[in-house]
Design a protein around this ligand. Structure first.
Ligand code: AMP
Length: 251
């Protein structure tokens, strides 16, 4: 799946050469929820289970930031500044970025969208992109978590620079402080996981992203899942919610 992810990150469809068996039915799923609700982790688990690709706009911006700053366009540099401050990147930039990667959206393996759409305008743009291909979203999983839990999770989060695995200083500490258990890479605290950025991100979420729940509720697509507990518990709830809606999931 590494090439598939690379195709999304750099927007080059040549990197997506999937040959693994196609699932008996593709799932096209959007994950909503405040930062820290665990969308990224659930997206990874769903990717393994359903074989749809995890597409995260936040990952694309982080990847761009790691690339040479000389290579960044002014638009991308402004996007990086917004991101570091915890603010949302302008809709136009995000929509252009997703449009450039439409091959990932229309892939017959399906998709798990994590972090996009984040505003109603982005959702409308996504609907248009999919409608042009006669595709629709199957379900929108909305992960709910009280604010205190969000702040606790985000401020203790540490991420591996190499393989992106996440840890938590209290609830999932690495065996050796600062070192990834999986690949030995260095762990870091995301610049936007500081107390001030978390506050700004939560405000952005309340103002821009929570109206999306109403947007998808009106379309009959919203399915709310409690994000309390560990990743395995939340994943079990996620699978139950999907089975309730779609029947037995493909093996
Ligand atoms: P995430 O990893 O999804 O929390 O995204 C990290 C940051 O990237 C966000 O705080 C935003 O600055 C930016 N970002 C990612 N996706 C979007 C989006 N769909 N709309 C606007 N900004 C985004």
């Amino acid at each position: 799946m590494e090439d598939v992810r690379q195709g999304w990150l750099d927007g080059n469809p040549d990197h997506c050469g999937r040959t693994d068996p196609r699932p008996s039915r593709p799932f096209r799923i959007i994950l909503l929820g405040a930062p820290g609700a665990g969308k990224g982790t659930q997206a990874e688990l769903l990717t393994d289970r359903l074989r749809a690709c995890q597409l995260s706009t936040g990952d694309v911006f982080r990847e761009a930031r790691c690339a040479s700053s000389i290579a960044l366009s002014t638009v991308m540099r402004d996007a990086m500044d917004a991101m570091t401050a915890g603010k949302l990147v302008p809709d136009e930039t995000v929509i252009d970025l997703v449009r450039e990667r439409v091959h990932c959206l229309i892939c017959s393996y399906g998709f798990i969208l994590d972090g996009f759409p984040r505003t109603v305008s982005q959702a409308e743009a996504l609907d248009e992109m999919l409608a042009d291909q006669d595709l629709v979203v199957d379900v929108v999983l909305n992960y709910s978590l009280p604010v205190e839990s969000v702040v606790r999770r985000l401020s203790g989060r540490r991420t591996c620079r190499s393989c992106k695995t996440t840890f938590h200083v209290e609830t999932k500490p690495p065996k050796v402080e600062g070192i990834c258990d999986k690949c030995g890479g260095a762990l870091y605290q995301r610049e936007d996981d500081t107390a001030e950025s978390i506050r700004v991100r939560l405000t952005a979420y309340e103002e821009s992203t929570s109206p999306l729940a109403a947007y998808y509720e009106a379309k009959g697509l919203l399915c709310t899942v409690s994000a309390e507990g560990d990743a395995g518990e939340v994943f079990n709830r996620t699978l139950s919610a999907l089975e309730e809606r779609f029947g037995a999931l493909p093996v």
